[in-house]
Design a protein around this ligand. Structure first.
Ligand SMILES: Cc1cc2nc3c(=O)[nH]c(=O)nc-3n(C[C@H](O)[C@H](O)[C@H](O)COP(=O)(O)OP(=O)(O)OC[C@H]3O[C@@H](n4cnc5c(N)ncnc54)[C@H](O)[C@@H]3O)c2cc1C
Length: 285
């Protein structure tokens, strides 16, 4: 099913995975999916890396989810390292497998640029336009509530986001910890005349050093109140419990602010994601 149609029916809740690199990681992901599926999420999304074997791993997870048929997948797809012919091939494979959704992204720059091939697309908007002209797949785009780290200004970031979201069906955000970031993003898009659904991405903190690394990569702020909340905890279980409480509170505030759904980053683990869903009374249909 298309995400845009799911959103038209009401609020969605969904989970994000990344493609596993090893047989052990694949087994972990299989378990996670099996534990989250009974919550009846509206869709699963699968991240994408343009480098080496990552692209086929994403495709394999997405196609397997589509064949399974119970929960629709959203396949992330990047400008980085893709020619039009490669995009055509992937879209063909997705169409054949019954995949109805992609998330069209600029893509993270690989640490070693020689590891990816040339790209026919510079910005996510170029990819949105190309995919739209060549398929009828539902298209989401990325939004950065705290502004994309490479943007020269907030205004230019919002203008470019508004341009691509005018074409696309929905947006999904980078993670953030204060509801005000989301509210401001939606208000700024609205002021630019764009009212498409913006799904907030929520990442439960389960590991302090991972949080610091991911925040640096994504340009998300770690607010002082979050550091203070996590400071007393050292054991993985205590950190996860605090992370779940914080994420549940944020989700509650997001729903009160009118968010059209919640997209939870799982990092391929089910426990925190499942606890948040259950805290919110989701997934008991
Ligand atoms: C929900 C979500 C999921 C993600 N999943 C993945 C993933 O699976 N794989 C991965 O590699 N990365 C992923 N990312 C990271 C993303 O690819 C990076 O943040 C990337 O640097 C930007 O992607 P974008 O789609 O926002 O790019 P773009 O929309 O191309 O924007 C990138 C920058 O260029 C600017 N810009 C856009 N259009 C123009 C224009 N016409 N002229 C001048 N400047 C312009 C923007 O303001 C921004 O600063 C994800 C991010 C999010 C929020």
């Amino acid at each position: 099913m298309r995400v845009v149609d799911l959103l038209a029916r009401g609020r969605t809740f969904s989970f994000e995975f990344f493609p596993p690199k090893t047989a052990e990681a694949q087994a972990q992901l299989t378990t996670t999916i099996a534990e989250l599926a009974p919550l009846h999420p509206d869709f699963f999304s699968v991240t994408y890396g343009a480098q080496g074997g990552e692209r086929t791993r994403t495709r394999d997870v997405v196609v397997a989810l589509a064949h399974n048929g119970s929960i629709p997948p959203v396949a992330h797809l990047t400008c980085v390292g893709h020619t039009e012919a490669e995009i055509d091939m992937l879209l063909g494979e997705y169409k054949a497998a019954g995949v109805k959704n992609i998330l069209a992204l600029g893509g993270d720059q690989p640490a070693d640029p020689t590891q990816v091939g040339p790209s026919d697309f510079r910005f996510a908007q170029d990819l949105v336009e190309y995919v739209q002209a060549n398929s009828d797949i539902c298209i989401g785009v990325a939004a950065h509530p705290e502004v994309h780290p490479r943007s020269p200004s907030r205004e230019s970031d919002r203008q470019h986001l508004a341009e691509k979201l005018r074409l696309a069906d929905f947006a999904m955000t980078q993670f953030f910890f204060d509801v005000d970031h989301y509210q401001r993003l939606v208000d700024e898009l609205s002021a630019l005349g764009v009212h498409k659904p913006v799904l907030p991405g929520v990442m439960p903190v389960t590991n302090k050093s991972q949080l610091v690394r991911m925040a640096q990569m994504s340009g998300s702020e770690i607010p002082q109140w979050l550091n203070d909340r996590l400071a007393p905890f050292e054991s993985p279980n205590d950190i996860r419990q605090a992370g779940v409480e914080i994420a549940t509170q944020l989700c509650t505030e997001l729903l009160a602010a009118g968010a059209p759904g919640l997209h939870i980053y799982t990092l391929n683990r089910s426990t925190a994601a499942r606890e948040i869903a259950l805290n919110l009374g989701l997934g008991q249909a």
